[in-house]
Design a protein around this ligand. Structure first.
Ligand SMILES: [Zn+2]
Ligand SMILES: [Zn+2]
Length: 339
């Protein structure tokens, strides 16, 4: 098969012929029809996940495609099925999985991190019976791949972890893929969304996704406090930095809820904990979404309430994927790769 591969962290990203994967007894091999380009791939390439990623490596974790082959223990799937997967593939046997919390599985395997990912013709997925999600015919591979990480993560962050309610003010820091998804999901839930970014084009897309106010990051959090009449009920750091996490917390009204969605790398992050204490703020983390939670989200996509396809701003081939990964952030919105 062809795959985008790198031999060292931060090194060249080339398309090469590599051996086809074969499924584990509990696993499946998927023929990739679409795979999204995500900031997490960029972090992986830079070696921020070097504790779990070995070299050489193939990135890619937001995918949809067709089951090519299944292992001997797989019961629920056969070749030919249209599927997608949550980027956190769960083990099915740890304490978290037993509680239905597969998104924080203790023995999770993430394609593109723990093993070779989906910037390739084929990708192997573990524990197929648990992790594959059936894709309705009406939902395209591109749309499905675009929900695999960022949209599903935003869906859980806004609706389940953030507990958004109609009429609430929601601030979203960072309007890349996950932030734009959060804007769309919060607006669809009836919230009033304030989008914050440094990039005017990203803010324009946030407006299209349903944000009622667009704020330059240089004016936040003060401008957010003003626009929301005393602070947002819910605020998300969808970028992942000490500055945006702190600004998100400082954008909340009393008893507000901050959800950390963007990946924070490096050591511990300093946050305004004095404000957290005196205003009784909640600080929450959100990490992906379990396969069993997908049908509710897919129904909203089928109904047209949520339109993740509208966040896709360009579609490229495998040959262009390496360059796009290295230059991540230069093109606002979601980039889709079709091998
Ligand atoms: Zn991702
Ligand atoms: Zn588990």
């Amino acid at each position: 098969m062809r795959a985008v591969i790198y031999d060292r962290f931060g090194g060249d990203l080339e398309v090469r012929q590599v051996p086809d994967p074969s499924p584990a007894p509990h696993g499946a091999v998927i023929r990739v029809r679409a795979t999204g380009l995500c900031r997490s791939d960029w972090h992986g390439w830079h070696g921020h996940d070097s504790d779990i990623t070995s070299l050489p490596h193939v990135p890619g974790h937001e995918l949809a495609g067709v089951v090519e082959e299944v292992g001997s223990e797989v019961r629920a799937w056969r070749p030919g099925a249209r599927v997608t997967v949550p980027f956190i593939c769960a083990c099915g046997s740890c304490a978290s999985c037993a509680m239905g919390e597969q998104q924080v599985c203790e023995r999770q395997t993430q394609p593109g991190f723990h093993h070779w990912g989906s910037f390739a013709d084929l990708v192997a997925i573990d524990h197929a019976d648990l992790n594959l999600v059936a894709l309705p015919d009406e939902i395209s591979y591109g749309t499905a791949a675009s929900v695999g990480c960022r949209f599903a993560t935003a869906f859980r962050a806004v609706t389940q972890v953030g507990r958004v309610r109609p009429g609430e003010w929601v601030a979203v820091y960072g309007c890349g893929g996950v932030g734009l998804s959060a804007v769309m999901i919060a607006a669809a839930a009836g919230a009033r969304v304030v989008a914050v970014d440094v990039n005017a084009e990203a803010l324009r897309l946030a407006g299209e996704a349903g944000a009622v106010h667009l704020v330059d990051a240089g004016d936040a959090p003060a401008r957010v406090m003003e626009l929301t009449g005393g602070g947002a009920h819910l605020s998300l750091d969808a970028l992942g930095s000490a500055a945006t996490a702190s600004a998100s917390i400082e954008s909340l009204r009393r008893r507000g809820r901050h959800v950390q969605v963007g990946v924070l790398t490096g050591g511990p992050t300093a946050l305004p904990m004095g404000r957290v204490l005196s205003w009784e703020l909640e600080i929450l983390g959100s990490h992906g979404m379990a396969a069993h939670a997908y049908p509710a989200m897919l129904e909203l996509i089928l109904a047209g309430t949520l339109r993740p396809d509208r966040l896709i701003t360009r579609t490229i081939g495998l040959e262009e994927a390496g360059k796009a990964l290295a230059e991540l952030g230069s093109v606002p919105g979601v980039t889709m790769i079709v091998p």
